[in-house]
Design a protein around this ligand. Structure first.
Ligand code: BG6
Length: 480
């Protein structure tokens, strides 16, 4: 009898193939899976067990760049079961119940369309599979606005208590994102400076070179603000801006994050153009090749969906009063990069006549390389007739989460492991998701009221010119 049955709905889908099966296999490789865990894949596709094993092995092989250890694979394969059937069919849940057997612990990962969530949790309840400690893991998009998010949350909470709902934001599984917590709370150095007295502004920037990668139907309904800002960028903002939690307990951390999200200043519709910019890529040259314009990439004559969003956010509390947080994200940008820049204030008075002093800057790079750098002013080691000759230098900390095989960890590995161990610190709580949607909704509604279309930018450039104006108006500029 298994100790834990881990059921993956959407077992032959894109996310399962690219991320979930490889992540579970890598946990096996690292000896991190509990002995008694089994994985039950569910999908509507009728597959024989052997064909399912081949599918999973191929998914792992792709990600492991061909390096699969036979013994480890055999150990992993012994855990795999397959259950074919539609989640709209009661019989599927009966079959799942029999595959789970008497396993005392059960985890259900819903890697399906959110439209199916309510039906799946009802099916689980009907088959007697939803009692504690059973838990569910769900993927974004968690709604398209506050109303639809609340509806999904209500359906989930009718069956599972909040402590048994694990909402994934894969950015929270990234090593450097967790390192933000370490940087802030395992060091005394920054905390006294982490406020409006010392910090001029913060930039959170996630740029991608890819377009919509065959997900046009989904993307056109969502756009950059809902797809990226509501989740990943606001989670990063919350981690940067939160007060020190009293412990790493899930609620201690999430209580602090939600306070930040609730303190985000509302942007009035009449001021939307001053605080938010949206753009859509036209034809251009990105990622080393010609890129089509967005509308034709998604197969439409025209579209009003933004592929770029930049917002100037303010957090109305004592720590951050007057410190703008500039957020931006876009597809078909010149490079793939995610970084957070903490820009410190200028020295209050310079004693170095004739030398320009660059204010200190802490840059946290999430990808492609992971690292932290701190820029400082330094004296050039030269002998001058008079005075000091200064230059900016960088203290660089290069971090890598590559394992001994030179493999980068997938963010999902950490998240799956945490969910298996029932630790929800790195998952999004209901009130966080809803507070984030509340703030996103008013921007979306401001854009709708303004009736302005997204501004064009050429693929392979840094977004519409208005996005530069967003900072220039405040005497600042984006760090690239
Ligand atoms: C997903 C978005 O959540 O994150 C995608 O839906 C985006 O549109 C992706 O490409 C980016 O993730 P990462 O880890 O590549 O930065």
């Amino acid at each position: 009898m298994p100790d834990c049955a881990f059921v993956l709905f959407g077992a032959t889908g894109d996310l399962a193939e690219r991320m979930l099966w490889p992540s579970l296999y890598f946990l096996e490789e690292d000896g991190l899976l509990p002995d008694g865990i089994v994985f039950i894949g569910n999908s509507r596709t009728m597959l024989e067990d052997a064909a399912f094993h081949t599918f999973v092995k191929e998914a792992v092989r792709q990600r492991a760049k061909g390096k699969i250890d036979h013994d480890i694979w055999d150990r992993f394969a012994r855990r795999l079961r397959f259950c074919a059937g539609s989640v709209t069919d009661k019989a599927t849940f009966a079959q799942l119940a029999s595959l789970c057997g008497e396993a005392p612990d059960k985890i259900f990962y819903l890697s399906t369309s959110p439209a199916l969530y309510a039906g799946i949790v009802e099916g689980l309840a009907g088959a007697g599979l939803s009692g504690p400690p059973s838990r569910i893991i769900i993927e974004k998009p968690l709604g398209r606005d506050l109303a639809s998010c609340t509806e999904i949350n209500d359906a989930l909470s009718a069956v599972f208590s909040e402590d048994r709902i694990f909402r994934i934001d894969h950015y929270l599984g990234k090593e450097t994102v967790q390192n933000l917590i370490a940087l802030r709370f395992a060091n005394t150095l920054f905390e006294p400076l982490w406020n409006a007295v010392s910090i001029d502004h913060v930039q959170i920037s996630v740029s991608e070179t890819v377009g919509v990668e065959g997900r046009g139907a989904y993307y056109d309904e969502y756009g950059a603000l809902r797809d990226m800002v509501q989740s990943h960028l606001l989670q990063l903002l919350a981690l940067i801006a939160m007060e020190p939690p009293s412990s790493l307990d899930p609620d201690a951390v999430r209580n602090e994050k939600v306070k930040v999200l609730r303190s985000l200043r509302q942007i009035e519709a009449k001021e939307i153009g001053k605080f938010a910019v949206r753009g859509q890529y036209r034809k251009g040259f990105a990622d080393g090749q010609e890129a089509p314009d967005y509308a034709s990439e998604v197969g439409l004559a025209a579209s009003d969906t933004e592929t770029y969003a930049a917002v100037c956010a303010h957090i109305d509390n004592w720590r951050w009063a007057g410190v703008p947080f500039y957020l931006r994200t876009g597809k078909r940008m010149p490079e793939r990069s995610s970084q957070i820049v903490i820009q410190f204030r200028d020295v209050p008075h310079s004693i170095f006549a004739g030398s320009q002093l660059d204010a200190n800057r802490l840059t946290i790079r999430l990808q492609p390389e992971e690292g932290i750098s701190l820029s400082l002013m330094n004296k050039r080691p030269t002998l001058e007739e008079a005075g000091f000759n200064l230059q900016p230098v960088s203290l660089n900390l290069s971090l890598s989460d590559e394992d001994s095989n030179g493999r980068r960890r997938i963010a999902y590995e950490r998240l799956l492991l945490e969910a298996i161990h029932s630790n929800s610190t790195l998952f999004v709580r209901r009130d966080e998701a809803e507070a984030a949607w509340r703030w996103i909704d008013q921007i979306q509604s401001g854009w709708a009221q303004s009736k302005s279309a997204p501004l064009p930018y050429n693929a392979g450039t840094w977004g519409p010119s208005a996005s530069f104006g967003l900072l220039e108006r405040d005497g600042r500029s984006w760090c690239e």
